[in-house]
Design a protein around this ligand. Structure first.
Ligand SMILES: Nc1ncnc2c1ncn2[C@@H]1O[C@H](COP(=O)(O)OP(=O)(O)OP(=O)(O)O)[C@@H](O)[C@H]1O
Length: 601
């Protein structure tokens, strides 16, 4: 992967332009053609109007009044066309850009969530790139306008060059003085790109802090701990840091652009001098002199426009390159196999010498784990904070691949399974479950998308999850819109949100793996115990087809019912067995169990 601070590789520019045009064409061929024709036509009108002006002046100065009147009509028509064609083109490409923007957004959502694993979200470098890209891709309207204007400019510049060559060949050198501003513009843009990338991390952090400071979920803690000023201070510091970086980037790039423009100014003064000398020597008519002065002004405008267009196109080329890199990264890592999972488990899920470190950390979260989750068993995983319980769950879901060792499902390596198919038979209640601000029915129903709107299925899932009372607590039952972040709805308590998450885990009809990774923290010990009993009862039902139920909890009193209890410590399995077996062993499980049991007495 190239870094964002490098210039776009050769060909990136044409690839980006090709990509944009292809996307526009796919959205609407008619609008793409209309916008292109109108912009190109508007590019030729001004130089042609200058030629018509010369015709008008020469005819008028030689007393040919009829010809002068006809030329005047042509000048007026061309000027009107120059002033209006761009506006009509604008109507066409504006809608085209909106359509393309939606298309880019859809692709970005797909890329952020499309990789089989979590790399896109948990690798800070890629998260930064995604944040920059989300912002830059919004410039697609400017890029499209720049691209169409560039088409018009090419036609305009060719017409202008032909007219200049006809008057005096040396004037063809005029566009050459456009080269330094263009080079300066490219360099200035690279400086700006580097500054944007450097400012991405503090900007992201500042936005996080802003959300932290404004979300209802955190409002209580901020007040109790008196964190408002601290968060405000940190937020301001991050914005300042991002702002300073961007300001310095803008300053340096603007200075460079101004320097480039100066070189054109010198060329323009030379062209006007030449026109005056030609007239003084009697080698040019009045019309010819005016043509040189008008065309030189147009060359100036064309160059200024080119210089102003290049950054928009370059920025777009950089964004397009980032998009390609993200596409490659999303498709390149964690490729998924295509074997189908078994329809029932016979042996179970086995971890063989599994070690795992999160990308970029080098510090193993799991080390040499050997474990069999037997078919039909209820397995409890216990361990201190940071012991590796959630990491183990993520590996079981195929959200990450082990750095070493294998996870097999009835002997089939998880890496060979189609992850989509595997996940269609896995259901998980995560510790940090999502709060979908949909109507309640859908918030639960997304646990089994084909039945998202099936009231009976949702009600049955809530009942199995011990949350049958939830719909009655909502003003419009399952039709109640939940949450208040985006639309007026009903805010739920922490425990109620948790119930929606638990309901989701009960939506799938015949899962092979059911995981509860501490989604019960908002429930009291008694409620958690009752809930785990439900899951154990559910496990008895699913045992017939070998489903494995995994419960992660810190509450030892509720995990004792599991068939197998696994104790994790600093990423390794230190004890595994049934409750009685582990109590007899007298190890850390027995000690912690007695401690917790004592606390409840
Ligand atoms: N996304 C991540 N990137 C890098 N390191 C991580 C990430 N998530 C967890 N870790 C690290 O991996 C180790 C194991 O974390 P894990 O979340 O698996 O622990 P846990 O047993 O589930 O803890 P808890 O009981 O607090 O939920 C910890 O050292 C943690 O800091």
């Amino acid at each position: 992967m190239t870094t964002g601070t490098e210039p776009p590789p050769r060909g990136a520019f044409t690839t980006a332009v090709g990509d944009l045009l292809r996307r526009c064409w796919q959205q609407s061929p008619a609008k793409t053609l209309t916008a292109a024709i109108l912009m190109i036509a508007s590019g030729a009108t001004l130089p042609l109007a200058a030629a018509a002006l010369r015709w008008l002046l020469d005819a008028a100065s030689s007393g040919q009044h009829g010809t002068a009147a006809a030329a005047g009509g042509v000048v007026a028509t061309l000027l009107m066309a120059a002033l209006t064609l761009g506006h009509f083109a604008h109507v066409a490409y504006f809608e085209l850009a909106e359509l393309s923007l939606v298309d880019y957004d859809v692709e970005l959502i797909g890329l952020a969530n499309g990789s089989p694993g979590l790399e896109m979200h948990e690798d800070p470098e890629r998260a930064d790139r995604l944040a920059v890209l989300e912002e830059e891709i919004q410039n697609v309207r400017l890029a499209l306008e720049a691209l169409l204007s560039a088409g018009g400019l090419i036609v305009g510049a060719a017409t202008t060059a032909t007219l200049l060559a006809l008057v005096h060949p040396v004037l063809l050198l005029l566009p050459l003085v456009a080269v330094p501003p263009m080079l300066a513009g490219r360099r200035a843009d690279r400086i700006l790109d580097r500054a944007r990338l450097a400012a991405a991390a503090p900007t992201r952090l500042a936005r996080n802090l802003f959300q932290l400071a404004t979300q209802p979920a955190t409002a209580k803690e901020l007040r109790v701990y008196g964190l408002q000023d601290e968060i405000r201070r940190r937020h301001a510091a991050q914005w300042r840091s991002a702002g300073d970086t961007l300001w310095s980037g803008h300053l340096r790039s603007s200075a460079l652009r101004a320097l480039g423009q100066m070189s054109f100014a010198v060329g323009y003064v030379g062209a006007v001098g030449l026109a005056v000398r030609e007239a003084a020597a009697g080698r040019q008519s009045l019309g010819g002199v005016v043509l040189i002065i008008v065309l030189a002004v147009q060359v100036n405008a064309q160059v200024a426009q080119t210089v102003s267009l290049v950054p928009a196109l370059q920025r777009f080329a950089v964004a397009d390159r980032r998009l390609r890199e993200l596409r490659a990264a999303a498709g390149g890592r964690s490729p998924t196999g295509n074997s189908a999972p078994p329809d029932r488990l016979r042996a179970g899920i086995a971890l063989r010498d599994v070690s795992f470190a999160y990308p970029g950390t080098g510090r193993p979260a799991l080390r040499n784990v050997d474990l069999l989750l037997p078919a039909g068993a209820t397995v409890a995983i216990v361990g201190e904070n940071g012991a590796g319980k959630t990491s183990l769950v993520k590996l079981l879901c195929g959200l990450y691949r082990p750095s070493h060792g294998t996870v097999t499902v009835d002997g089939i390596d998880l890496a060979d399974l189609s992850l989509d198919d595997w996940r269609s038979v896995v259901t998980v209640g995560f510790q940090d479950f999502a709060r979908y601000e949909f109507v309640a029915r859908e918030t639960v129903g997304v646990g089994d998308l084909p039945r998202v709107a099936d009231d009976d299925a949702v009600t049955a899932a809530l009942t199995r999850a011990g949350a049958a009372d939830l719909p009655a607590q909502l003003p419009q039952g399952l039709a109640t819109r939940l949450g208040t972040s985006y639309a007026p709805g009903t805010e739920l308590s922490g425990g109620q949100w948790q119930k929606t998450a638990l309901g989701r885990t009960m939506m799938r009809r015949a899962p092979l793996l059911v995981i509860l990774d501490e989604p019960t923290a908002a429930l009291d010990a008694e409620a958690e115990h009752a809930l785990f009993e439900r899951y154990a009862a559910q496990a008895a039902r699913t045992r017939s087809y070998g489903a494995v139920t995994v419960l992660v909890s810190h509450r030892f009193s509720t995990v004792r019912m599991a068939d197998l209890i696994v104790v994790l410590d600093a990423g390794t399995v230190t004890e595994a067995g049934g409750h009685d077996e582990l109590m007899a062993l007298g190890g850390s499980y027995a000690t912690l169990y007695r401690m917790q049991a004592g606390a409840y007495r």
